[in-house]
Design a protein around this ligand. Structure first.
Ligand code: HEC
Ligand code: HEC
Length: 450
C-alpha cells in the first residue's frame, strides 16, 4: 500500500467519523430494533403458520431413507463422492477447514482493494465454491445414479469434486507464479470460466437423464363420497388384506404366504374387533402393522387416503351399529337379472377383484395366472388357456366349483385356496359368462343374449 492510498483512506475515515453515528448507543439501538422485529416475525410465523407436521416416526419401517433439509443437501451429495472408509474427510475435515478459513479470512486476505477487478483470486475462489454448492444441491434433488450407472457417477464426481478442487489449486498456483497483474487476472478469469462451464455441463448432463428416469409420482387419490370411499376400500381390502384375512375378514387359515403358512388368523369382522377398535386404532394397525403378530405394516404401500378408505370399508361393512349409504350396500357385484348375460366389466371384474386378485396379481405365487385385466384372464397362466369360450370344462370353472385339476404344472388346487368357495351365485355368473362366449362390455353381453 503506498502512502498516497493510505492518506486517502485515513481522510475518508475522518470524514465518516465527523458526521457518523456512534456504535454505542446508536448502531446497537438499530440492531436491537431489527432483531426484535425479526423475533416478532418468527413468533408470528410459529403461531399462525406453523410447520406442516410430518407423519409420526414408525420404528418398524426399515425402508425409511433419512434425508437432510434442502440447505444441507450439498453436503449430503458431496459425501457421496468420498469413499466410506475416509468419510471423516468429507464429513468433518473439509467442512472444518472451510469454517476456519472463513473465520481467519480477514487475517489472510490482506488485499486493501475493494474493487472487483483487484480481487479476482478471492472472487474466483468464492464463486467456484458457491457454484459448486448450487450444483451439488441440484444433483442431490434428482435420483442418485444406480450402481450400474458408473458413467453418471463419475460425471457427478467430476462436476462436484474433481474440477472445483483442481481449479482451486491452479488458481493459487497462478497467484504465486504469474506476477504481472493484468496477465494474472486474465489467466485466473479464463481458468475460472472454463472450470465453471465444465462443472455446469457435467452436472446438467447427469441431472436431466436421471430426473427423466425417476419413477412418476403416483397421483394421490381423493374420494368424493363415502360410497366411493367404501368401494375403493373394498378393492384395496381384496388386494392387500384378503390373502391373510380372507375375502370377508372371518377366521382364516393363511395359505401361500411365506412364513405364515397354516397360521389361523382371528376374525377382524367381529363385533369384538369393531366395538373395541376406534377408526384411529384401525388406521394405526394398518399403517404400522402389529408387531410380533404377523400383521405387516402398510404405511409405505398405502397412502393415508387409501388407509382411510380401508377403514371406511371395514366400518360400514362389518360394524352393525352403522348403516352404509344405500348406494354402497350392494358391495359392487350386481345381481344378475332374469335372462341377463353377465359381462366382464359389470359382473366378472368385481368378483375377481374381491376374491381372486389378492393372489392373481404380479409378484404373488399363482402359476403366472394374472387377473388384472380382461386380456390377462383369458390368456395368462402356466396352464393357459384357463378359460375357453363355451367350454364347461375350462380349468377356471372347475377349480371354482371345488374340483382339483391335473395341469401341466401338477395339481391345481380348488380356488380360492383358503377353504371356502365363492358364493354359488357368483359361480353361476362365471358359468353363464363362459357359456355366452365371455363378453367384455355390457353391450357385448346384451348382443350375446338369446
Ligand atoms: C401377511 C398376512 C396379513 C396381511 C396381508 C394383513 N394382515 Fe391383518 N393381521 C395378520 C395377522 C397374522 C394378525 C394377527 C391376528 C391374530 O392375532 O389372530 C392380523 C391382525 C389384524 C388386525 C387386528 C385384529 C385383532 O383382533 O387384533 C386388523 C384390524 C387387521 N389385521 C387388519 C388388516 C387389514 C385392514 C389388512 C389389509 C390392509 C391386513 N390386516 C393385512 C396378518 C395379515
Ligand atoms: C390365496 C391366494 C389365491 C387366491 C385368493 C386365488 N388363487 Fe388361484 N391360484 C393360486 C395359486 C397359488 C395357484 C397356483 C396353483 C396352485 O397352487 O394350486 C393358483 C392357480 C390358479 C389357476 C390355474 C392357473 C394356471 O394357469 O395354472 C386358476 C384358473 C385360478 N388360480 C383361478 C382362481 C380364481 C378364479 C380365483 C378367485 C375366485 C382364485 N384363483 C383365487 C392362489 C390363489
Amino acid at each position: 500500500m503506498d502512502e498516497k492510498h493510505k492518506q486517502r483512506v485515513r481522510e475518508r475515515y475522518q470524514r465518516a467519523l465527523q458526521h457518523g453515528e456512534k456504535f454505542w448507543p446508536d448502531s446497537i439501538y438499530k440492531d436491537v430494533l431489527v432483531s426484535f422485529a425479526l423475533f416478532l416475525l418468527l413468533v408470528g410465523l410459529a403461531t399462525f403458520v406453523g410447520v406442516k407436521p410430518e407423519p409420526k416416526v414408525n420404528p418398524n419401517d426399515t425402508t425409511y431413507l433419512p434425508r437432510p433439509e434442502w440447505y444441507f443437501l450439498f453436503m449430503f451429495e458431496f459425501l457421496k463422492f468420498i469413499p466410506g472408509s475416509i468419510e471423516w474427510v468429507g464429513a468433518i475435515l473439509i467442512p472444518t477447514i472451510g469454517i476456519v478459513v472463513l473465520l481467519v479470512l480477514p487475517f489472510i486476505d490482506r488485499n486493501p482493494y475493494r474493487h472487483y477487478s483487484k480481487r479476482v483470486l478471492a472472487l474466483s475462489v468464492m464463486g467456484l465454491i458457491v457454484l459448486d454448492i448450487v450444483l451439488l444441491t441440484v444433483m442431490a434433488l434428482v435420483p442418485a445414479p444406480t450402481p450400474e450407472q458408473v458413467f453418471f457417477k463419475n460425471l457427478q464426481r467430476l462436476a462436484g469434486l474433481t474440477i472445483p478442487g483442481l481449479t482451486l489449486v491452479v488458481l493459487f498456483v497462478l497467484a504465486r507464479v504469474v506476477r504481472e497483474p493484468a496477465s494474472q487476472r486474465k489467466a485466473m478469469l479464463v481458468v475460472t470460466g472454463l472450470a465453471a462451464l465444465g462443472m455446469i455441463g457435467a452436472s446438467l448432463a447427469t441431472v436431466f437423464p436421471l430426473a427423466a428416469s425417476a419413477p412418476p409420482k403416483e397421483e394421490e387419490q381423493i374420494f368424493a363420497s363415502v360410497s366411493e370411499q367404501i368401494a375403493a376400500g373394498q378393492d384395496l381390502y381384496s388386494t392387500y388384506c384378503a390373502e391373510c384375512h380372507g375375502p370377508e375378514g372371518r377366521v382364516t387359515e393363511i395359505q401361500g404366504v411365506e412364513g405364515l403358512d397354516g397360521r389361523i388368523v382371528t376374525a377382524i369382522n367381529s363385533n369384538d374387533v369393531m366395538y373395541t377398535f376406534t377408526d384411529e386404532t384401525l388406521r394405526n394397525i394398518i399403517r404400522d402393522g402389529w408387531p410380533e403378530s404377523g400383521m405387516p405394516p402398510f404405511g409405505m404401500e398405502l397412502s393415508p387416503n387409501e388407509i382411510d378408505a380401508l377403514v371406511a370399508f371395514m366400518r360400514y361393512t362389518w360394524d352393525d351399529r352403522i348403516e352404509a349409504p344405500a348406494e354402497a350396500q350392494a358391495g359392487g357385484i350386481p345381481a344378475l337379472a332374469e335372462g341377463e348375460v353377465p359381462s366382464y366389466d359389470v359382473h366378472i371384474e368385481p368378483i375377481v377383484k374381491r376374491y381372486c386378485l389378492s393372489c392373481h396379481r404380479p409378484g404373488k405365487e399363482n402359476n403366472n395366472y394374472l387377473m388384472t385385466s380382461y386380456e390377462e384372464i383369458l390368456t395368462t397362466g402356466d396352464n393357459a388357456p384357463n378359460l375357453v369360450a363355451g367350454d364347461m370344462d375350462s380349468i377356471l370353472l372347475q377349480v371354482i366349483q371345488g374340483h382339483e385339476v391335473e395341469g401341466k404344472t401338477g395339481t391345481i388346487n380348488v380356488m380360492p385356496p383358503n377353504g371356502k368357495l365363492i358364493k354359488d351365485e357368483y359361480v353361476q355368473m362365471f358359468i353363464r359368462w363362459v357359456e355366452a362366449g365371455m363378453p367384455q362390455t355390457a353391450d357385448d353381453a346384451a348382443a350375446a343374449a338369446p
